[in-house]
Design a protein around this ligand. Structure first.
Ligand code: SAH
Length: 250
């Protein structure tokens, strides 16, 4: 059996209980070494075979999986955050489907929610935004037309931007065009939940300089929107003037 497991954003306590159990039982672990803390490996059996996928091709990863499964071994493919977001798991699953090899996907705490927890905010505030956009700027991987940051910013939804801090000037330029303003709150969380986490607050006007003066150019979430700063309406859910199914009327 192969389990794609979300390791969580960094701190080893933020993997799910199911994910930890699978790691404890695994005979083979293939982990994404550039982003997953290797402290997770302390929970593996002594004789567990460990592979760091940072130095492997997709084909090499698949070969290890297939050989292990044919030997009847339990395999964990450990991905950072939640595996379904920028995890490149689909191409692995399609290879396994072609070989009729079974697998499961175990979710994880994504870095976008971990980052929002670090700054102690809520993405979805009444009258501010009820939508969260998860996106990135194009890099070597293209972004389809219509999903350009400038277009997305026009929605004024809360945003969590992955894989983009190295390109902060272009990010800011596109967002400012979309919003029609530089006075939009931004928070950048570098290595959310790791010991060397850093949090920066600013606006589209000054966040670029702040990021550069800290030398941050990878592993950061760029959170954007008025959920970070400013007023909002309180939620109807806990409003005494509203009743709902779990809290009947007088
Ligand atoms: N599947 C992962 C994302 C993988 S893409 C998830 O759900 O979080 C890698 C990008 O995720 C990084 O470039 C960065 O933007 C973000 N990221 C991953 N871990 C992070 C962390 N601990 N803090 C901030 N951003 C992080």
């Amino acid at each position: 059996m192969i389990s794609f497991v979300g390791a969580g954003p960094g701190n080893v306590d933020l993997i799910t209980i199911r994910g930890r159990r699978l790691l404890e039982q695994a005979d083979v672990v293939i982990y994404a070494g550039s982003l997953v803390s290797n402290e997770h490996l302390d929970f593996c059996k002594d004789n567990c075979q460990i592979y760091n996928s940072a130095s492997m091709t997709l084909e090499e990863v698949i070969d290890v999986m297939i050989e292990s499964v044919y030997k009847g071994l339990k395999v964990v493919r450990l991905h950072t955050g939640d595996p379904t977001i920028y995890g490149a798991i689909r191409e692995q699953m399609d290879f396994l489907d072609a070989k009729a090899i079974g697998y499961e996907v175990v979710p994880g705490v994504s870095s976008f929610t971990a980052a929002c927890a670090s700054i102690k905010k809520e993405f979805t505030l009444p009258s501010i935004s009820q939508t969260v956009i998860l996106t990135r700027i194009e890099g070597r991987t293209p972004v389809p037309e219509g999903e350009d940051l400038e277009e997305l910013a026009k929605h004024r939804a809360s945003m969590a931007i992955f894989l983009s801090v190295q390109d902060i000037d272009r990010v800011v330029e596109k967002l400012a065009k979309g919003y029609g303003s530089y006075d939009i709150p931004v928070a950048v969380v570098y290595k959310a939940t790791w010991d060397d986490e850093e949090t920066l607050f600013g606006t589209l006007r000054d966040i670029g300089d702040k990021i550069k003066s800290k030398g941050i150019n990878k592993m950061a979430q760029i959170l954007v929107g008025n959920f970070i700063e400013g007023d909002y309406e309180r939620s109807k859910l806990y409003d005494p003037n509203f009743t709902h199914k779990f809290r009947g009327g007088k």
